[in-house]
Design a protein around this ligand. Sequence first.
Ligand code: NIG
Ligand code: FE
Length: 411
Amino acid sequence: MTTIFINIKELLQTRTSTIEKVSGQEMKILPSIKNAYLLVKDDEIIDYGVMNDTCFGIADEVIDCTGKIVMPTWIDSHTHIVYAGNREQEFVDRINGLTYEEIANRGGGIVNSAEKLQNTSEEDLYKQSKKRLEEVMQLGTGAVEIKSGYGLTPEAEMKMLRVIRKLKQEYKLPVKATFLGAHAVPKAFKNNTAGYIDQVINEMLPAIANENLADYIDIFCEKGYFSIEDTKRVLAAGKKYGLKPKIHVNQFNIIGGVAAGVEYNALSVDHLEVISDEDIEILKNSETMPVALPSCSYFLSIPYTPARKLIDAGLPLALATDFNPGSTPSGNMNFVISTACIKMKMTPEEAINAATINAAYAMGIAESHGSITVGKKANLILTKEIPSYGFLPYAFGTNNIDSVFINGKKI
Ligand code: NIG
Ligand code: FE
């Protein structure tokens, strides 16, 4: 089955060779072809270029894209899409003056979500989660990483990871599973963080690895959650099972999480709302992708990751949603790129690079996704008729997406 997209107003993120990521000044460059065609065979991009006469009549299906832009789908490399219920009450508590930290200290926050999840059946959890996945796919997300971490017991963590596996099986987009057992200390281990870490390492990890339920390992490295020592223990244990780290660091405090992540060869270090010059130097000498989560900053009214500082220092940057019930109840990547431009002073080119090619790197799928390259998967966004790609972040809150294709098929 071949499909040709013709009369494309502009085809974005065209890369002749598979580059892994773009850093620093390169992030300002978004290669594209105006008045283009794109040829797809089954699930793969097989050709593209400037429109010409030979474009007609060579494919089984022709899609006329006059006035519209075609680009690779968004890649969301950091989500917690599998969760039970919501935390609307905590949202109202914050409006009334409590902080995220105060709510967590009262027994709300992550452990609140864990309680809900423990009392939800696997089937119901799957139903709640697939609704969110379907929603974000319609919003242009064509690959998604999903974390555990709202179970906090061996049974409930396994339940979450099995739901992620089912989503992986039922939906055609790439899904990566991350084991985040060390997301918060559960009530049963109050004042015994080391005991909980023992359980994560000695009980949960072997069982998860045995069923091959995780691709990556994560920990919330933060004051009041897990220390650098805990982080190193968990990452070292994950390494034994071949799980690369993708970790939560520097959301509220700088405690050395970036250095720990780099030391353990993390694929990404995520959040970075606060970051030191030393952290930037450490990242410069690494293969670790920094990931910013602007919707989280927006929702919690906390600082935005200083994207300009990172990019101007020559670093790459990826953008993701952090979709979760507590700090970011939104999985809309279009809002993420708008917010990155508006609040973090990223240019549209930088934001689109950060949410496609660099995001693919942060998810470990850069070889097959993240750009318009021959041989890569045809996971595509077809926009509505818009004046230019800059309109995507500019017209924030407007849905400019006409349709989404996963593996060459319209969803
Ligand atoms: O990435 N910061 C840690 N974990 C999530 C939020 C968890 C929650 O509040 O439920 C995050 O923001
Ligand atoms: Fe997160």
